[in-house]
Design a protein around this ligand. Structure first.
Ligand SMILES: [Fe+2]
Length: 277
């Protein structure tokens, strides 16, 4: 078997967001995303069922790291060997949430970890919504695709292309989920958004009802994306990070890459689209 992120069955395990006010942000994730919040060393650790967000002191809306968990130690070791062979200089990475983690840096300087997920402590119950994908903002989607797909063996599911031929968005998968990582062409670098997968429509309703109790308004949606065919809503956290709750994301086993026009309808089949470039 070839050594790829796809063959390692890698899934988004957690992210770390930097914040100028980590305490405020952590309490938002605690209440809005139904997570238990702990303060460990320099980090706020937010954990809910299947979802984990770390918050560190830094610049608002800057990614601390993105972390993917592999299926087992063998596939993790094979992926690390591939990263090494591709010249990515994988380094041992200490992680409070994963074992045997290694870190690489993508062309935008985003720190990305691969490891084995540690057993989650028993967390309080909450609405279904494991963390599912991370979407980057970048000046150069081609370089991001070359890194994650070319060097690490993510599979490209869909691309959105401008009339000029430039790629506006690239969706990549590291398991059967249509995308676990994506990137949008943008005038900035960092995080575009991250997403939680509710699985089905009625669970999105439950999240919206929960947000209503917190006086949190939807920023976008409900809608349905073209690529991935997923239903979605978006809210914004106090730092301005976009949070998506999605359902019915396409399951991809094997198919050719689909290309979509850069149009409002591609981003939202039901209504208003938010084009990033
Ligand atoms: Fe998304």
């Amino acid at each position: 078997m070839t050594h790829t992120a796809l063959n390692a069955g890698a899934y988004l395990h957690h992210i770390e967001l930097q914040s100028s006010n980590p305490e405020r942000l952590a309490h938002f994730y605690g209440s809005a995303m139904q997570m238990d919040v702990a303060h460990e060393g320099d980090l706020y650790v937010c954990r809910g069922p299947g979802r984990r967000v770390l918050i560190s002191k830094g610049e608002d809306k800057k990614l601390g790291l993105g972390a993917f968990a592999c299926r087992d130690a063998e596939s993790l070791a094979a992926l690390r060997a591939r990263a090494d062979k591709e010249g990515l200089k994988p380094q041992d990475a200490a992680s409070i949430l994963m074992d045997q983690a290694f870190a690489v840096h993508d062309p935008d300087g985003n720190r990305i970890l691969f490891g084995l997920g540690k057993q989650d402590p028993v967390t309080s119950k909450g609405i279904k919504g494991p963390i599912q994908h991370l979407t980057l903002a970048t000046h150069d989607p081609d370089a991001i695709e070359a890194f994650y797909a070319g060097k690490l063996g993510f599979a490209v599911s869909d691309r959105v292309r401008k009339p000029t031929g430039e790629v506006a968005t690239c969706f990549m998968r590291s398991n059967h989920e249509h995308h676990t990582l994506a990137c949008f062409r943008s005038d900035r670098k960092g995080v575009d958004h991250h997403s939680y997968e509710a699985g089905e429509w009625n669970v999105i309703r439950d999240w919206c009802d929960h947000y209503a109790t917190q006086d949190i308004q939807l920023m976008w949606g409900p809608g349905r994306h073209g690529p991935g065919n997923n239903l979605f809503i978006f809210i914004v956290d106090p730092d301005g990070n976009w949070i998506e709750v999605s359902a019915e994301l396409e399951v991809v086993h094997d198919r050719p890459v689909k290309e979509w026009p850069h149009a409002e309808r591609t981003l939202n089949l039901w209504g208003k689209g938010i084009l990033r470039s």
